[in-house]
Ligand binder design. Structure first.
Ligand code: SF4
Length: 385
């Protein structure tokens, strides 16, 4: 049994599982939207699902909410307002709560962002991926550069300055010159936050079945280093493997994942993690994955696909898997605070990683070395259960 003394910060993730169509590289739980989305029904389900989860977190305030997907911006501001109102009636919100909505530029109408803001959204994550129409077509996106520019304008009009741009690199047939142009356009848009990540081919995707020609490893590495150095020079600090932000504008929600905080999870296929200091357990759970199966919860009250108590070994692995994604690394005291386990239980493995030059310890803070940043998988292997 873990010896947890306090609850970590609490966030809420809400999954909207539909997209206009499935992108060929995507392995998320997203489904091509039916002709008419069951929006009202889904909101009703989310509220009932939340009711069922409340006993897990009585009295604990929320520090962030994230609407992810799928494409949450397929849901209009009225639906998003409904779920936020229901959440506010049942849970305390911290005064400075961060509430993010993922938006696909192909689904945003001119006045949407003002309406989302009115509904309570105070941060937008925009799935731009590239400004290059040809590259966007190759990765099956439903938008082009024009829609991205309209979105950026609409964000400005709505007065939302706290926004993230998702930018991908190592796209099929992409060269460094194309990436440089994308980076210039991202910087010109002035987002608070940039998520910069490499296209990878995942199992169970169209690209896995018919792989496109991707830039080789060396070119991909150069692309990544070029992007990170440009962002750094423009005042963005890389604080996580794929994330750069202006000062104090890191994603609070994602930081809570990486710092191994707690998460309520609502919606089809959503995954949560909750600590219970009273009985010394940390649980993980997942909701039914398919939207149809999930919506049946309205009839039978059954939302859970899985729920289990994490073993000590799983706690160790998950803790390091998340925390060592951060540039700041991990403070020794956080390990016990989040897992309830003594540091000595991992001392030998930490020493192995230090001896191999993958991690370094300075003033009780453990972080990846520059070698470790290149071989994150090797570090993860060391902490595998
Ligand atoms: S829009 Fe996003 S979630 Fe939807 S299919 Fe494409 S990558 Fe997946």
């Amino acid at each position: 049994m873990a010896n947890l003394l306090h609850n970590p910060p609490l966030s809420l993730y809400v999954h909207i599982p539909w997209c206009v169509r499935k992108c060929p590289y995507c392995d998320f739980n997203s489904h091509a939207a039916p002709g008419e989305l069951p929006g009202e029904e889904y909101i009703e389900a989310l509220v009932a699902d939340l009711e069922a989860d409340l006993p897990l977190v009585w009295g604990r305030p929320l520090q962030s909410i994230y609407f992810g997907g799928g494409t949450p911006s397929l849901f209009g501001a009225d639906l998003i307002a409904q779920i936020l109102t229901a959440a506010r009636a049942r849970l305390a919100f911290r005064p400075d709560i961060e509430i993010t909505l993922e938006a696909n530029p192909g689904t945003i109408e001119r006045d949407s962002f003002a309406a989302y803001r009115e509904a309570g959204i105070n941060r937008i994550s925009l799935g731009v991926q590239s400004f290059d129409n040809e590259l966007l077509k190759r990765i099956g996106r439903i938008h082009g550069r024009l829609e991205v520019e309209q979105c950026l304008q609409s964000l400005k009009t709505a007065g939302i300055s706290n926004f993230n741009i998702d930018l991908m690199f190592a796209l099929p047939g992409q060269g460094l010159a194309q990436l440089k142009s994308d980076i210039e356009l991202v910087l010109a848009a002035g987002p608070a936050h940039i998520s910069f990540y490499q296209l990878t081919i995942e199992p169970n995707t169209e690209f896995f079945a018919r792989p496109p020609q991707l830039p080789d490893d060396e070119t991909s590495w150069d692309m990544q280093q070029h992007g990170l150095s440009q962002f750094e020079a423009a005042g963005y600090r890389q604080y996580e493997i794929s994330a750069c932000a202006q000062a104090n504008l890191q994603s609070r929600h994602n930081m809570n994942y990486w710092r191994y905080g707690d998460f309520l999870a609502l919606g089809a296929g959503a995954h949560g993690k909750i600590s219970a200091p009273a009985d010394g357990t940390v649980i993980r759970y997942a909701k039914h994955r398919h939207p149809k199966r999930y919506l049946q919860g309205l009839d039978n009250g059954d939302w859970l696909a899985e729920k289990r108590i994490l073993s000590d070994e799983e706690l160790v692995f998950e803790f390091f898997l998340n925390q060592l994604r951060l540039k700041q690394g991990v403070h020794v005291d956080d390990f016990s605070a989040r897992t309830g386990l003594p540091w000595r239980s991992v001392g030998q493995r930490v020493q192995e990683a230090v001896d191999r030059g993958l991690l370094e310890m300075e003033r009780r803070r453990l972080r990846p070395t520059s070698l470790g940043w290149r071989f994150v998988n090797d570090i993860q292997q060391i902490f595998l259960p």
